[in-house]
Design a protein around this ligand. Structure first.
Ligand code: ZN
Length: 270
């Protein structure tokens, strides 16, 4: 091989390497452009997914507020505006001479599961409609303890005080201890005729179909579960799944929607 041929061969190898490097460089540039464009596409896809999901949550919100609309009609044409926001609790007692007797009506025996039968006459149509509709759907439901007179409450309270003393609680503390189990006379909602215990007065109620049904439907008849676990501090009463209080259809729907107990709601409305 002559020197000239050697030089040509060297040049050819050099040119070959240059061509390879150029091709690799071009391939790299093409790859980078492709990767960048793909990233942008993904971003557009993600943001369109975001907008779809925000659309969904907006439509879900509007449809859920449709179903919980406070002004939606109530079953049996019940007046949704009628309300009673009387607050009776440990620090808002009824006066000792509070006479509720004349505003009471007697609940027909077929709805009764206990021995007491009186309820506020204005709320009876709401309670009756609720019981009728639940019974028609095969729910085992009835009135355990509705209105209790001041005297009945006093008797229950004094019985509880005695029980505490028998159980070894010092006399000076017995009343306070009893008050954690039975409301002092005049501080029980049962003294108003606006509340009732349904089926029984113990925690087993929470596991029944009646409880499930009430959680779902009671607000449409103006009733709320008065004492929830979460609001114990506000109501001063332990959780009672069986104790339901009439407040009014619109009010009950709004209270549930706002997740407020009666004490909070009355404050909120001031
Ligand atoms: Zn009760």
């Amino acid at each position: 091989m002559t020197r000239r041929e050697k030089a040509i061969r060297k040049r050819n190898i050099f040119l070959g390497i240059c061509a390879c490097v150029l091709i690799l460089a071009i391939a790299l540039v093409v790859f980078i452009i492709w990767a960048v464009t793909k990233g942008e596409n993904n971003q557009t896809e993600n943001s369109s997914i975001d907008s779809i999901s925000s659309d969904i949550s907006e439509s879900e919100l509007s449809s859920s507020s449709d179903t919980t609309s406070y002004t939606q009609e109530a079953p049996h044409g019940l007046d949704i505006e009628f309300e009673n926001l009387l607050v009776v609790n440990g620090w808002n007692p009824l006066p000792e001479d509070y006479d509720y007797e004349e505003n009471l009506t007697t609940i027909p025996q077929k709805y009764i599961k206990g021995s007491l039968t009186k309820i506020d006459k204005d709320i009876w149509p709401y309670l009756q409609a609720m019981l009728d509709d639940a019974l028609a759907q095969g729910i085992d439901i009835g009135v355990w303890s509705p209105y209790r007179s001041y005297d009945t409450q006093k008797m229950l309270f004094e019985r509880q005080v005695k029980k505490q003393i028998v159980n070894g609680v010092p006399e000076a503390e017995a009343e306070d201890k009893a008050a954690t189990v039975v409301a002092r006379p005049g501080t029980s909602e049962h003294n108003t005729g606006l509340a009732l215990d349904i089926n029984c007065a113990n925690d087993s109620f929470e596991k029944t179909k009646a409880y499930e049904w009430l959680k779902e439907n009671a607000q449409d008849y103006g009733f709320v579960m008065r004492y929830s676990k979460e609001k114990q501090e506000k109501t001063g009463v332990i959780h009672e799944s069986w104790h339901w209080r009439f407040v009014g259809v619109k009010v009950a729907r709004e209270m549930n929607d706002l997740d407020m107990c009666l004490e909070e709601y009355v404050e909120y409305k001031k």
